[in-house]
Design a protein. Sequence first.
Length: 364
Amino acid sequence: MAQETRSKLTTWFPQAQHPIIISAPMLGTSNGTLAAEVSKAGGIGIIPGGFNFLPDSHQLPALAKELTTARTLLNLPPPSPESPTSTLPLSVGVGFILCHASFAPHFLTTALPLLRTHRPTAIWLFAPLPADIASGAVRRVVAALRAEGFVVFFQVGTVAAARQAVEDGADVLVVQGADAGGHQFVGGAGVVSLVPEVGDLVAGEFGGRGVGIVAAGGVVDGRGVAAALALGAEAVVMGTRFVAAEEAWTPEFRKKLILETTDGGPSTVKTPVLDDIQSTAIWPDVYDGRGLIGKSWQDHVAGMPLEENIRLFKEADGAGDTSRKITWVGTGVGLVREIRPAGEIVKEARENALRRIQRLQAAI
């Protein structure tokens, strides 16, 4: 089954080279330029599409702009809104967060037409509301996407979520371990146990489905890529490493923090409090986020009331003081030591992974 899935990934993304490196769709950080450079280097770049699907959403026009940028950088002609089927597919994906109230009533009427026009190859979905799963809204959206020819990636962080995603029609599971930066399941596990257990689930309960498994969380270099492949993943997602890519929209103060950070475990914290402090209201209780420890978290641990912490956060933000800002990164941050172009990051990780695998083969 693994060989079949590997062939599918390179069929869907003909430019992809094994081991396949995928850039995560980090909202506010990733963009069309980064995604295009990842794909040009033999990886799979994913552009963040946001979470707001209302007709007047500013996120969807912004997504269209980034898709156009990626198409230009990949030397493809502009999309043809009048005849979407004649538009050449774009070898990048788009990632959406589903836990906004606008998802179920509006996705098919606002996001799907945009995707139909621009033709990215894959659509990455994450964090549906339980009510939207129960009502069948998620399943209907997945079916509509697949009917249009899109490959559906579904980000999961538990075995139960993986089962649900396959039942809802996912082509590829992005199995995210708790070492990941940014948002994830509160009760998640590390990739070392989670990827094999999800693999067993897919092989045992869905043996005929050919669902792909991609590992995410804590991988920042070729060593992590090789390890993820050994666990049963067909490709690997890197997020934190691309936060420090030249093409990322990461502010300089955040890049500086990332390069200065060592010992990624105790230097980061996984908690919903970071979202509370910066007043991010969209995430349900089953999700939290991992970010760098800074003044806001230190004050929280010292006993500062949340209302006071929020007030100080807003005051600092308004004054241009970045010391209380939240920086979403995973435990692999201690291995990120330089800013590099996205394409070089992909090539280096792939080449180092192959060398690592060859050394292991020679040692056996």
